[in-house]
Design a protein around this ligand. Sequence first.
Ligand code: MG
Length: 253
Amino acid sequence: EEKMMEINDDVILSFLKRRHYKQLQPLAALIDMDGTLYDSMGNHADAWHRLATELGITATREEFFMYEGRTGASTLNILFNRAYGRDATSEEIEQFYARKALYFTQMPSVKPMPGAMQMLDFFKEVNMRRVLVTGSGQRSLIDRLERDFPGAFTPDMMVTSRDVKCGKPHPEPFIKAMEMARVRPSQAIAIENAPLGVKSAFDAGAFTVAVTTGPIPREELVKAGAAIVFDSMPQCAEMLPQLVFKMFSLSIS
Ligand code: MG
């Protein structure tokens, strides 16, 4: 059972100081997809782990949660450097990423995260623009958004792997999302579940809300720049009204 918590003013004030902002004016929510809107991270980790095992590369299932946000090529290079001391060739990347993507589609169907719709509804109620910010190019999931979260993201409010040169942890995806929403960094909240995504959002200047929806310890999310960490998406959805109110009301003189 989730218990109601009080958000400490210092969550906002220390972020303002760290970023040298005088105040925040949350007008846009920049929202990650895998592990935030969908419970898809276990499947991604299983698919990567299966591939690594077949290639004879030692890997734990858990490490793939830490790589979340990286491109497929980048994850393959980590594995190849460990096993063979070199990057994967472009042929290897094409072949093995296709195999990983195939394994992902063969896994049990992923479900919308509990609390995700409630969160999206809240942002709508308070007239905050909603932008999807995903490193994914996995169309099977992106194409489901309209069915699972009707009206939440219009096509001009989505950043996917096709829209950026540099993926997370580079700040480009969140900077692009701010441009789409026509907001400054101090006017954006990011919602993320992975350290590399948190780093990307923090470096872009957004107030970053992290949610632990997998095995990643909360300290990793704090280290990456999260202003606040919630234990679940339902808790995040429940606490957002209080958080957004405090963001609007506190300032540094
Ligand atoms: Mg994620």
